[in-house]
Design a protein around this ligand. Structure first.
Ligand code: GTP
Ligand code: MG
Length: 475
């Protein structure tokens, strides 16, 4: 089975990681309440050989995993099972949860890296200062984690682009990976800010980090906090008498928002981890979805949208019929990013189903998708990637993931450039960046140029008509 190393950087990356690991365990039927007995174990999934096989994807053990049947956290601790995770932050508070919390035995202490007091919401601090200082240490951590793998398939990198550590150090790590593990794909899930946030310098951090993503990631699955918050508010505000504002005031939306991202990640990797009649590996997704090197940004959505961390699956949509499941996955309002994926030209699309979705359901919905989609003219319209993984997510009978590389992605970069320009026209906060050794004013302009290239690259493909190329004449 394919193995992944998860790299969590900064507060956001580690908070998404904090939501990720309990759900991975839940997928394998492992009771995360240490004291409880097998009786209270989730009933939907029984540990069996094929699930144990898949356990290698995210976990390793010096004692070996094969042959074990894990039911509780205590079983994992006894067998010295650790998560294939590298958790990095330049402050300590979030990563400390992995040292002392309920899952402390799951994390190899030597794979947790922290400092003090953070990168001060400054990409240059994260990229240059911490990137330089920790380069060797991070490489060592990664090499050690990679040595514990038999079939390392990819790195899953999680960080936000708004702050300094995730955006700066997170994007610096991409180059370390590219230089030292050139054959292993780098999949990035990065969080774009909502726009009305606490981090004033986030437009700079986003633009500077996006250049690194464009050049050093294999495939990027961006999400944005505005889209995530809208989804959570829509799904949860009906239960709150003060509506959306009441929902936001009453809870910590990050928890719900992060669990939506985690659901997407678990579904995304499911084909590489579990068996299925038409399984799709992550490198197949990358090869089919990215036709040009810079246009590697994929809009994603999973259906049904759920909040598994809140204990029970409370969201509507649990009993969606197959066609509704597919429609919901590719619909504009359910994308984890504020784009209309089918409003432009589609460069690549993947539909991945989990659980009891029949091949006939799949065929019918591919047909429906193709009828409403304008593909790039040089690709035949059935050039879609589709997959069926037989293991459903916990608590569900089926689910669908939609991945779309769309020319409308240009709207994301246009919006990011506008926010950047508003700040940069006044050169506000620029001095903080210029005083960091290694940072040059040209980094701003070069990064903006790189952003424009991606925006243009996508925009040019919108409404592109098929060209008639004259046949070559045989002389
Ligand atoms: N979805 C989501 N967004 C988050 C979370 N935590 C922070 N953010 C967003 O991330 C951005 C701030 O980045 P952080 O991850 O806090 O910053 P950092 O990488 O730790 O960098 P520094 O604190 O500047 O060193 C803002 O846009 C926040 O709204 C989270 O748990 N989930
Ligand atoms: Mg931080």
């Amino acid at each position: 089975m394919s193995e992944f190393i998860t790299i969590q950087v900064g507060q956001c990356g580690n908070q998404i990681g904090d939501a990720f690991w309990p759900l991975v365990l839940q997928e394998h039927g492992i009771d995360t309440q240490r004291e409880s007995t097998f009786k209270s174990q989730p009933q939907h999934i029984q540990p069996n050989e094929r699930l144990l096989d898949a356990f290698h994807s995210f976990f390793s053990s010096s004692d070996g995993i094969s042959g074990h049947s894990f039911k509780t956290l205590a079983d994992l601790e006894k067998a010295k099972v650790t998560a294939r995770a590298v958790c990095i932050d330049m402050e300590d508070s979030v990563v400390a949860r992995f040292r002392t919390g309920q899952f402390r035995h799951l994390f190899d202490d030597t794979c947790l890296l922290t400092n003090y007091p953070g990168s001060g919401n400054n990409w240059a601090e994260g990229f240059h200062t911490h990137g330089r200082e920790y380069n060797e240490k991070i490489l060592n951590l990664l090499q050690r984690s990679a040595e514990r793998c038999d079939q390392l398939h990819g790195f899953l990198c999680l960080f936000s682009l708004g702050g300094g550590t995730g955006s700066g150090l997170g994007s610096a790590i991409l180059s370390i990976l590219e230089d030292n593990f050139p054959l292993v794909e780098r999949f990035v899930t990065c969080v774009y800010p909502a726009g009305n946030e606490d981090v004033v310098t986030s437009p700079y951090n986003v633009v500077l980090a996006t250049r690194e993503l464009t050049h050093h990631a294999s495939c990027v699955f961006p999400v944005d906090n505005k889209a995530l918050l809208d989804i959570c508010s829509r799904l949860k505000s009906s239960g709150n008498k003060h509506g959306v504002a009441g929902y936001i005031a009453a809870c910590k939306p990050f928890q719900d928002m992060n669990s939506i991202v985690v659901n997407m990640l678990l579904h995304l990797t499911s084909g590489s981890r579990f068996p299925g009649s038409m399984n799709v590996d992550m490198n197949e997704i990358y090869n089919n979805m990215v036709p040009f090197p810079c246009l590697r940004y994929i809009s994603s959505s999973v259906s049904p949208l759920l909040f598994p961390t809140s204990g029970s699956n409370t969201a509507p949509g649990m009993s969606l019929k197959p066609d509704d499941l597919f429609t919901s996955a590719w619909s504009r309002g359910n994308q984890l990013l504020k784009v209309d994926p089918l409003g432009g030209t589609v460069l690549g699309a993947t539909l991945l189903a989990r659980g009891s979705v029949f091949v006939s359901d799949m065929r019918r919905n591919i047909d429906r998708f193709q009828k409403k989609t304008q593909f790039i003219p040089w690709s035949c319209s059935d050039a879609m990637k589709t997959g069926l993984c037989s293991v459903p997510p916990p608590g569900l009978t089926s689910s669908v993931l939609s991945l779309i590389n769309t020319s409308n992605m240009s709207s994301l970069f246009k919006d990011v450039a506008q926010k950047f320009n508003k700040l940069y026209q006044r050169k506000a906060h620029v001095h903080h960046y210029l005083q960091v050794p290694g940072f040059d004013e040209e980094d701003f302009t070069n990064s903006l140029e790189s952003l424009h290239e991606v925006e243009e690259g996508y925009a040019q493909l919108t409404n592109l008509k098929a060209q008639t190329i004259p046949r070559l004449q045989v002389l």
